[in-house]
Structure formats: structure tokens, C-alpha cells
Design a protein around this ligand. Structure first.
Ligand code: NI
Length: 237
């Protein structure tokens, strides 16, 4: 008997094993530190494996004092829990924002200290990137993150083997860092979402925050509900 939880874990592993080499090359061409080219099209787990018609909204590269508070207000008004993958070096300037994320019941994950490509760093440096970010998040919230996300999705076995916690990929890449268009971001999410989808967004962009209300409304009208990444990986029951 294969549990749905196992299938979901397998999905997370598989998306990394299948990460195209081209992704890293494309990432290096990107001028902005806080941008993230997505992997090629990936399959999300089936509705049966997901156990519910749920998706996880994930927001990377914050916290940002200018844009994240407005996003938190929207999520609170809509009653939606999301997952934030924080860059450790940004936390000191926005501790209150991080505490608000925690207080509102969002999941907080580790997105490295300064958004370097982990596969190009020494094992010691990778540990330092993750550990220092763990410490900054724990200092702000009192809890250690349960999940990790590699900058640019760039990951290999050498990086992964040093961590027991899962690195979380995504199956829907909105390219919101590239196309600052509410209609384009929203259309991508609404056309590509499947039960169990993990949606990549960046709360450091104003246009992304502008798109969130429409994304939530559109997904709800298609019968989706919203969970955090850990809830998607480990559903109750
Ligand atoms: Ni990122």
C-alpha cells in the first residue's frame, strides 16, 4: 500500500531529479539577484494523490517591508494560508513582517541566506547558508523552518544529502519576476493549476501582490482551496 503522503514526497524528489541543467545556466544569465527562472513543465500529483482539490501558494525572496504587508492583509482578508520562503539576509530589516506571517498562520520556509546558487558553493558554505537563515527565522518566530527551497531551484544530490528536511520545488512558474503583468500572472496560475500544485510567486514585486486577489478568486471559483506546503505534504488523516 503506497500512502498519498509518500507519493507527494516522491513528487518533491522527482521534480528535483528532473531539474534541467539548462535551468542553472539560465539562472546565471539573470541580472536580478532575486529572480528565479522556473524549471520546465512538470507534472503535479494527481487529484487522488493530493487527497483534496488543494493548491499551495508560495512566495519567495522576501520579506519586503514595502510589499509583503499588503500581501499579508489580502491573505488575511481572504482567509488564505500561504508559504513564504525567506531570504535570511532580508529578515533583520523586516522582523515585524516575519512575526506577522507567523501570527497569521502562514508557513515560513528557508530560501538560503543571500540567494546564491547552492550547487556552486562548497558543502560548508551551503550549510552556513541554511543554518544562518534557520537562526534568523527562529530568532524572529521561535520556530525552525520545516521546509527548504533552493534559489533558482538549483539543486543536486550533493547539496540535498546534508539535509533531512525536504527541498520544495514548484510545478507552476508564473515568471512574475519577469512579466510584471497582473493579467499574465493570473492567467498562468488559473490555466495551469491542478490539485496538489505548488505555485511559485514572489512577494517582493508589487504586480504580484496586485494579482493575488484575482488568483484566489479564480482558483476558488474553480473549486480549489488553499493549504501550506507542509499541509500538502502531510495532510491530516
Ligand atoms: Ni528565489
Amino acid at each position: 500500500m503506497v500512502s498519498s503522503s509518500f507519493l507527494r514526497q516522491l513528487f518533491v524528489v522527482l521534480v528535483y531529479v528532473s531539474s534541467p541543467v539548462a535551468l542553472a545556466a539560465a539562472a546565471r544569465k539573470t541580472a536580478d539577484l532575486h529572480t528565479e527562472p522556473g524549471p520546465a513543465a512538470r507534472k503535479s500529483p494527481s487529484e487522488k494523490a493530493a487527497g483534496c482539490r488543494c493548491v499551495a501558494l508560495t512566495f519567495d525572496d522576501g520579506p519586503d517591508k514595502r510589499t509583503t504587508p499588503r500581501l499579508l492583509d489580502i491573505l488575511s482578508r481572504e482567509g488564505v494560508k500561504a508559504t513564504f520562503y525567506l531570504v535570511g539576509s532580508r529578515i533583520a530589516g523586516a522582523r515585524g513582517v516575519v512575526r506577522e506571517m507567523r501570527d497569521e498562520g502562514h508557513e515560513i520556509g528557508n530560501h538560503s541566506w543571500d540567494h546564491r546558487e547552492l550547487t556552486r558553493l562548497s558543502p560548508e558554505r551551503v550549510l552556513q547558508e541554511i543554518r544562518s537563515t534557520d537562526e534568523a527565522i527562529e530568532a524572529a518566530t521561535g520556530a525552525r523552518p520545516q521546509t527548504l527551497r533552493a534559489p533558482y531551484g538549483s539543486l543536486d544530490r550533493a547539496v540535498r544529502k546534508d539535509f533531512k528536511r525536504p527541498f520544495i520545488a514548484w510545478d507552476i512558474d508564473t515568471l512574475d519576476w519577469k512579466y510584471h503583468s497582473v493579467s499574465r500572472i493570473t492567467a498562468t496560475v488559473l490555466s495551469e493549476s491542478r490539485p496538489g500544485s505548488i505555485i511559485l510567486l514572489h512577494d517582493i514585486h508589487r504586480t504580484t501582490v496586485d494579482a493575488v486577489e484575482g488568483i484566489i478568486d479564480g482558483l476558488r471559483s474553480r473549486g480549489f482551496s488553499f493549504v501550506t506546503v507542509s499541509q500538502l505534504l502531510h495532510p491530516k488523516g
